[in-house]
Ligand binder design. Structure first.
Ligand code: AMP
Length: 538
């Protein structure tokens, strides 16, 4: 027997409709890419996004078409999100930190028809558009009517485009329609696209609104530092309007001074960022004697949160740091470390070991641990296994790829190795995927190895991530030279130049006589990590 309730598709345009209707005057404040602080409201953002929808329709954008963005966290970026999603098109957030060749690959793979770009990224686009023949229009998301001088033919300006159109109406499609696309770096090969649906984003919004997860309220002032182009800013561009929270968008400036100023002048109560950004803020505050008078809670995730952040924000500023874990494929939230009833009663020092773990699941996510043979591993906080996930906002397949990514029971292998303790706290202990996370963004060790091993003097090359106080991890390149060869570190680094993104450049190159291989002939990364100080011996 079926229930007798109204059909009400869970499409994300309804989130902004709700914010417009019930929290219409709540502000969205942006540090604009040009510099000044600009203010709008959910009602105005809604109106402008609907005008932009009509501009897209005028260009022939249809349901399912991809609309790319190369943009910082700003109100305009949100307008493009809702403008494309509201008409059933797919908002494809491009990560500008990727190597231009990878970006071109992604734009072509997604077949983006239109790209909206902040002024910062116009030169980047200029350099790669010749390789992207399917892009029909590029829109500069600046203030005026005159786009910057550029080689991009027919570059449109955002504001005149909006001004020329009346608001479109939204919705009217199935909740399983694709809404967003975000590529994530793989261990090998090209990045893979995660294609969110309206339903998965809507459910993820409910999921994050649970009190122990992000739990925003209409009184909150939210500063999403996590970029909209990486894992959807942890859903904050959906959950803040859903709750009627004020939004403060940091634009292009993420340094400690800029973030501190925004927090204090706008009365920020909640923020979310990767550890590197919080390290910079903590250092800035300690160096300048700055205070945090409104901030109450921050979620730190994307990479392991170090103890000094949880302790430092608590002891100096009374701010609660909550550790979170997730991934692009999970929309992205998987766990958050809010205390259980028992833990909350303990003094801070006693809570700390639990708070350092990645946390507990919300309703809507399920996790389990399995060993190499796929057998369940005990949730005793000691035994570790492959961390598998499932849920309504977890990917079932990658965009335009045939490989199966779920096991027979529908579980997705996260590529993380973890423990889960008796209280349900998950802790990442290692990473099965051969990647390095630096400043919250991925570096593919294998890609650097493959290039370095192509150096005429190299016999073998290995790259491992070493802990770094600012970036979390930084790459170390180990090279085994061919018999009788001599080489310098500069020589190896020069060989990598222009072949990898600059920030991927290894911090150090070491020449070794022997790179250990495992039983299957693969480089034994575990042994290297222990030998070169990346992890403690087991
Ligand atoms: P991404 O899809 O780029 O967001 O990366 C997701 C991956 O980042 C996870 O599978 C983990 O390997 C890593 N990660 C995310 N959050 C954390 C965390 N709190 N601690 C350790 N690793 C994390």
């Amino acid at each position: 027997m079926q229930g007798l309730m109204q059909p009400w598709p869970l499409t994300v345009d309804r989130i902004l409709d709700h914010a417009c209707r019930w929290h219409g005057e709540r502000e969205i404040v942006t540090r604009s890419v040009a510099g000044p602080i600009v203010r709008t409201s959910y009602a105005r953002l809604h109106d402008r996004a609907q005008r932009l929808s009509n501009a897209l329709l005028g260009w022939g954008v249809q349901r399912g078409d991809r609309v790319g963005t190369l943009a910082w966290n700003t109100a305009r970026h949100m307008e493009v999100w809702y403008a494309s999603m509201g008409i059933g098109a797919v908002c494809h957030t491009l990560n500008p930190r990727l190597h231009p060749q990878q970006l071109a690959y992604i734009i072509n793979h997604a077949e983006d028809r239109i790209i909206f770009a902040d002024a910062t990224f116009v030169p980047l686009l200029e350099a790669l558009l010749a390789a992207c023949p399917k892009v029909e229009h590029v829109v500069w998301m600046g203030d005026g009517a005159e786009p910057p001088a550029t080689r991009i033919a027919g570059l449109s300006a955002y504001e005149p485009l909006l001004a020329a159109h009346a608001p479109a109406s939204w919705g009217g499609f199935d909740e399983n329609t694709a809404a967003g696309l975000c590529y994530t770096s793989g261990t090998t090969g090209e990045p893979k696209g995660v294609l969110y649906s309206h339903r998965s984003n809507f459910i993820h919004t409910f999921l994050t609104l649970q009190h122990d997860i992000i739990g925003l309220s209409a009184r909150d002032v939210v500063l999403p530092i996590v970029p909209m182009f990486h894992a959807n800013a942890w859903g904050l561009a959906f959950s803040a309007p859903a709750a009627g929270a004020k939004l403060v968008m940091p634009g292009a400036r993420m340094d400690g001074a800029a973030i501190h100023e925004l927090i204090e002048t706008e009365g920020v109560t909640f923020s979310a960022a990767v550890p590197t950004v919080w390290q910079m803020l903590l250092q800035h505050l300690l160096a300048t004697g700055g205070k945090l008078t409104t901030l109450k809670r921050v979620v730190i995730g994307g990479a392991a949160c170090p103890e000094n952040l949880i302790r430092g924000f608590h002891e100096h500023f009374g701010v609660e740091v909550v550790h979170g874990w997730g991934m692009t494929e999970m929309s992205p939230l998987g766990t958050v470390g809010a205390p259980t009833a028992e833990l909350a009663q303990l003094p801070f020092e006693a809570q700390l070991p639990q708070r350092l773990k990645q946390g507990r699941v919300p309703l809507g996510v399920d996790l389990k641990l399995v060993d190499d043979a796929g057998q369940p591993v005990a949730h005793d906080g000691a035994a570790y296994g492959h961390l598998l996930a499932r849920g309504a906002a977890v990917a079932a397949a990658y965009f335009r790829r045939d490989d199966a990514i779920l096991d027979a029971d529908g579980w997705f292998d996260t590529g993380d190795i973890a423990t889960i303790d008796a209280h349900g706290y998950m802790q990442i202990t290692d990473r099965a995927k051969d990647l390095i996370k630096s400043g919250g963004e991925w570096i593919s060790s294998i890609e650097i190895e493959n290039i370095a091993a192509g150096h005429p003097k190299a016999a073998l090359a290995a790259v491992i991530g070493r802990p770094d106080p600012k970036w979390g991890e930084r790459p170390l390149l180990l090279v085994q030279l061919k018999e009788g060869e001599m080489a310098t570190a500069d020589e190896m680094l020069a060989f990598l130049e222009n072949r990898i993104a600059k920030w991927w450049t290894p911090d150090e190159v070491l020449f070794v006589t022997h790179i250990p291989l495992g039983p299957t002939g693969k480089i034994d990364k575990k042994a290297l990590r222990v030998a070169y100080g990346a992890v403690a011996p087991a």
